[in-house]
Ligand binder design. Structure first.
Ligand code: ASP
Length: 429
């Protein structure tokens, strides 16, 4: 007991210090170590590989449990008009967001020279040569257990959503037995989802060390020239975030006859809180207050905002588009093909449903987006090198994408409230 207490105290300087700063310091130290010691620091690589393995370990259970719980709570049977409208608007804005991310990637062309890594020449070949019809057909699994085993993302996503919807119908069934079974299944997956969130939080405690090692190896192999490339990823992502606000949100708010200026006046609070907390869930109370101040009826926002914090991730979708472009360019030396872009739009839109509103969740989901276009993150490959670079700056990208995620929830909620005459427009004067 005594020694345990002592151990905790010994490490309290580490655990008590803000995680965001720890990761940034890890990245900075990693860069310096890599530049100073070059090949003498290669021994550190397994510490980084361990981090990537930990992330990969939890990705499938997270996506399955979050999607089942998310879908079980959005059944049209229980929420009728509000649910259908809000889900459609969430999906449309997310699809726009991925396109903006991909476009931003095309414009800014973020790429790093990882010439000391083996080029992933064959990566993505399967997807690139697949027709659009095949891409769609392959979303339907013929054997879902095999899909889970082979880490095929889209079939698993589709199955989980359909399964979740099935559960939601059980929950509202008149038959008491069925209702009980539905609730049991839901609480089982809710439990798994909660455990996974705890595991992510735990794994993120290791992130500063993981990021330090990953970045040290990248800098040791490539030298300082990768800094510019990472800067370009940040510029591309934040430009995408800005375009989404100016084009999609302002456009949408105006289209529904509301004042963008008034919207922003309230939205800036959740926006800034999202920046600071990097968690849509954590920002929820602030987003709800903003909705209240904008005159959205409680009936709408008490449902749509928690749902949005779970399934609507526009910032994350943009981030997926930009990072997939960067990693493909860096690791294969080739731009994304139209088939790959199509796959990314579908995958990233659906994946945003399965991304938990907690710090760093988007980076774990990026593994799945990459997988869907044939880019496997395996130790020592260029794909892993490029992914490691993204992990190094993920905290910065996460700040922006979370701010956008919550702003998107509020914008969609306001528009749906207006369309259902559930908005007190005197609050918009
Ligand atoms: N941190 C984000 C959020 O809470 C999710 C992500 O990592 O993309 O909204």
């Amino acid at each position: 007991m005594e020694s345990e207490k002592k151990g905790k105290k010994l490490l309290s300087w580490y655990f008590d210090f803000n995680l965001l700063y720890r990761i940034l310091i890890g990245m900075f130290l990693g860069a310096i170590l890599g530049l100073v010691f070059r090949e003498k620091i290669y021994w550190i690589a397994p510490f980084g590989d361990l981090f990537i393995r930990l992330l990969k370990m939890i990705v499938m259970p997270i996506i399955i449990s979050t999607l089942i719980c998310g879908a079980a709570s959005i059944s049209p049977a229980t929420v009728g008009k509000i649910g259908t409208r809000i889900v459609i608007i969430y999906l449309i804005t997310s699809a726009f967001a991925v396109c903006i991310g991909l476009l931003s990637g095309l414009v800014f062309h973020p790429v790093a020279d990882l010439s000391n890594y083996p080029l992933a020449a064959v990566a993505g070949k399967d997807v690139a040569s697949m027709s659009v019809i095949d891409t769609f057909l392959n979303i339907v699994p013929t054997n879902v257990f095999k899909s889970v085993n082979d880490a095929q993302v889209l079939p698993v996503i589709l199955f989980s959503i359909l399964f979740g919807l099935g559960v939601s119908y059980l929950i509202v069934s008149d038959d008491e037995k069925l209702q009980k079974s539905g609730n049991t299944i839901l609480s089982f997956f809710t439990g798994i989802s909660e455990v996974m969130t705890k595991m992510v939080t735990g794994i993120m405690q290791y992130a500063p060390i993981g990021v330090l090692s990953l970045i040290a190896v990248v800098f040791a192999k490539q030298g300082p020239k990768v800094v510019g490339a990472l800067g370009m990823v940040v510029v591309a992502a934040f430009s995408g975030y800005l375009v989404q606000i100016l084009l999609v949100y302002v456009g949408m708010i105006s289209l529904f006859g509301l004042k963008p200026r008034r919207f922003w006046h309230e939205a800036r609070n959740p926006f800034v809180t999202g920046l600071g907390t990097r968690s849509s869930y954590g920002t929820l109370p602030v987003t709800m207050t903003a909705a209240e101040n904008l005159g959205v009826s409680k009936e709408i926002y008490s449902f749509s905002l928690p749902l949005g914090a779970t399934i609507n991730m526009d910032g994350t979708a943009i981030y997926q588009g930009v990072c997939a472009t960067f990693i493909a360019l860096t690791a294969t030396g080739m731009a994304l093909t139209p088939a790959q872009m199509g796959t990314i739009v579908i995958t990233a839109t659906l994946i945003s449903i399965g991304t938990a509103g907690i710090p760093g969740a988007g980076a774990i989901m990026l593994l799945l987006v990459l997988d869907s276009i044939g880019l496997k993150v395996e130790a020592g490959t260029a794909v892993a090198g490029a992914y490691a670079m993204i992990l190094g700056i993920d905290a910065i990208l996460d700040m922006g994408r979370t701010a956008l995620n919550v702003t998107g929830d509020l914008a969609s909620t306001s528009c749906v409230a207006k369309s259902l005459h559930q908005l007190d427009e005197s609050k918009w004067k």
